[in-house]
Design a binder for this molecule. Structure first.
Ligand SMILES: [Fe+2]
Ligand SMILES: [Fe+2]
Length: 168
């Protein structure tokens, strides 16, 4: 079935997509929404936090926030390639996301909460991306690979944050 918007991709590129297009675009939009929300959450927390160790966490938040935005970009490009439209209204990100959004702590020194919330977001992303990489392995190799790349990044993000959790 052709999508409503023409695909931004060549004939052969489209031909090798065996998965249901609407379904792939939907899954990609879920991931895209989660990435935008993670980007926002990490960016905000980097500005907000203060106290001992805040500077260490801040630099990691800034880096990962930029990485999540990069992930959103890769997902948007794939959605457009497949003839879909990335979620275009910020309010709709919350409707589309799969992992939800945790408002940053009201207390600026609550770094434990920050670590806990990031770890929760990363764990959710890891679970979703591992499911998605598996789901599209045989039906859409390009999408499969995007999910696999993102999965690798989130696995290393989680590792970085777990190290903070162990520190006194
Ligand atoms: Fe990400
Ligand atoms: Fe991440």
């Amino acid at each position: 079935m052709a999508a409503s918007i023409p695909a931004d991709m060549g004939k052969k590129g489209m031909e090798i997509v065996k998965a249901d297009l609407k379904g792939v675009i939907k899954d990609l939009n879920t991931a895209y929404s989660d990435e935008w929300l993670a980007h926002f959450q990490y960016w905000y927390m980097a500005k907000w936090i203060k106290g001992m160790d805040a500077d260490t966490l801040r630099s990691v938040l800034e880096k990962q926030s930029a990485d999540e935005l990069g992930h959103a970009g890769k997902l948007a490009e794939r959605i457009i390639q497949l003839g879909g439209r990335p979620v275009a209204h910020p309010a709709h990100l919350l409707r589309w996301c799969g992992c939800g959004f945790k408002e940053p702590p009201s207390k600026r020194t609550d770094l434990d909460r920050v670590i806990k919330d990031v770890l929760q977001a990363e764990a959710c992303a890891i679970e979703f991306y591992s499911k998605m990489a598996e789901k599209y392995r045989g039906t859409d190799l390009v999408t499969h690979e995007i999910f696999e790349d993102l999965l690798k990044d989130e696995v290393s993000d989680e590792e970085e944050w777990e190290a903070f959790q162990d520190s006194p």
